[in-house]
Design a protein around this ligand. Structure first.
Ligand code: PLP
Length: 443
């Protein structure tokens, strides 16, 4: 157990006085003072160990302070801390090769995170096709820079609108709540035919790419029907539109495979990734492109670059992190534990009146909470909260389970190295919270 930090209160105060916190009204911020971590837990300044059921921002896949990733970072710092983006380095060669192997694509362009990866992917698609528009989906998140924020389909884009031009949105395969009150059966077909209609209306010759999250993450773990991706791939091919697969959250083992779209047997033209690429140990994103796009840039200018593209320490962290996935059979562990998680979530859905739907794949899952299972009225409104959601949050906090709750969703996305015992302990705390919510609703 960690010890309490003597200056914790002052450190929190200085953080609030001298720094700005993201996605926050500053006076409402109440940060935890984090002092360390190990595996599935992190430690706070009061000496508490928290079970990290959100893997920080769904990124610390190999858990806190994995010794092999730490060592690789230290070794790289000693050998060479920085090389400009026009230099060849051994780590750049190694990681480029590895990413080509695991994605089946050709070449990587390195960024510092997911937003920049999506910016560059959209730019490359425009350069390659000579077309301007990008189709994205409602209920998606692609980042917080101007283009990727505009491309997003959730409320986080509203403050920058109209943002960058050329973004066209379609509905997503949200089978629990099909649009326009239709049935899930009809929407299983409509979720693709509707995209074709939009393509026709926009003019196929004007559309460079469609950008989708492999599996939508922070907008409610939206898992598509099995034939969604094969049909989408065929549709986009028909019109010469590129498929950009944003695997920033769903990639690198979160769903039990390198990429979430690998569950569906399709190959995107471009993959963007970050988060689980280094498990967050160093900032890194990548845009990984197909042979044909790589070939295009053999004799066309790649208009873009970043001072820190290919930062050696970030690349070394990624190489070690990917090696940990393989050496420790982490994806198998995710698949096994994911099955157990799925069973427990299904049982919660049967047991608690407030659980309307559960969606899960690997260790990527959510409980969708409702006031009434029949009407599906959300427990909190879209883009809002409610006393019931606040009650659940307060309960989890009191148990030192660090959870990601948003609108009427309670996510379960722990580090991929979590043990069954730890997972069960966290889920038990969720169950206690759900019982409190049912009680509050008089059910
Ligand atoms: N794409 C997806 C699917 C994400 O979940 C995120 C971040 O949560 C991003 C892009 C943006 O990545 P970053 O915060 O590293 O810029």
């Amino acid at each position: 157990m960690p010890e309490a930090h003597p200056d914790s209160a002052q450190i929190i105060q200085d953080n609030r006085d001298y720094t700005l916190f993201s996605w926050s009204v500053q006076q409402a911020t109440n940060p935890i003072h984090m002092v360390g971590g190990k595996g599935s837990h992190f430690f706070d300044g009061d000496g508490n160990a928290w079970l990290d059921f959100s893997s920080q921002l769904i990124n610390i896949n190999v858990g806190h302070q994995h010794p092999k990733v730490l060592q690789a970072i230290k070794d790289q710092v000693d050998q060479m801390c920085f090389a400009g983006p026009s230099f060849a380095t051994d780590v750049r060669a190694k990681l480029g090769k590895k990413l080509a192997e695991v994605t089946g694509l050709a070449k990587s362009f390195f960024t510092l995170g997911g937003s920049e990866a999506n910016e560059n992917a959209m730019k490359m698609a425009r350069l390659y096709t000579g077309r301007d528009k990008i189709i994205t989906r409602y209920r998606s998140y692609h980042g917080a820079t101007m283009g990727s924020m505009t491309a997003s389909g959730d409320p986080r884009r509203w403050p920058v609108e109209p943002g960058v031009p050329g973004i066209v949105r379609v509905f997503d395969p949200y089978m629990y709540r099909p649009p326009m009150g239709g049935s899930a059966e009809d929407w299983a077909d409509g979720c693709i035919t509707h995209i074709e209609e939009v393509i026709q209306m926009e003019g196929p010759h004007t559309i460079a790419a469609m950008l989708v999250e492999g599996i939508t993450g922070s907008n409610g773990i939206i898992i598509p029907p099995d034939d969604y991706y094969p049909r989408l791939r065929a549709l986009l091919d028909k019109y010469g539109i590129l498929l950009i697969d944003d695997e920033v959250m769903s990639g690198f083992g979160r769903t039990g495979k390198w990429l979430a779209t690998q569950h569906y047997g399709i190959k995107p033209d471009i993959v963007t990734c970050a988060k689980g690429l280094t498990s967050g140990y160093m900032p890194l994103g990548a845009v990984i492109v197909s042979d044909k796009i790589a070939e295009f840039f053999e004799d066309h200018m790649l208009w873009g670059g970043l001072t820190y593209s290919g930062h050696p320490v970030s690349l070394a962290a990624a190489i070690a992190n990917l090696q940990v996935y393989e050496d420790e059979n982490i994806f198998e562990h995710v698949n096994e534990l994911g099955e157990h998680l799925g069973k427990r979530l299904e049982a919660m859905k049967r047991k608690y009146a407030c659980v309307g739907d559960v969606r899960y794949i690997g260790l990527f899952s959510v409980l969708e909470l409702v006031k009434d299972k029949k009407t599906k009225e959300p427990l909190a409104p879209f883009n809002g909260s409610s006393p019931e959601m606040a009650k659940l949050a307060a309960h989890l906090k009191s148990k030192h389970v660090y959870a990601f709750l948003r609108f009427n969703w309670a996510f379960v996305c722990p580090p991929l190295v979590i043990t069954k015992e730890e997972l069960d302990a966290g889920l038990d705390a969720y169950e206690e919270g759900l019982a409190l919510v049912d009680e509050m609703m008089g059910k």
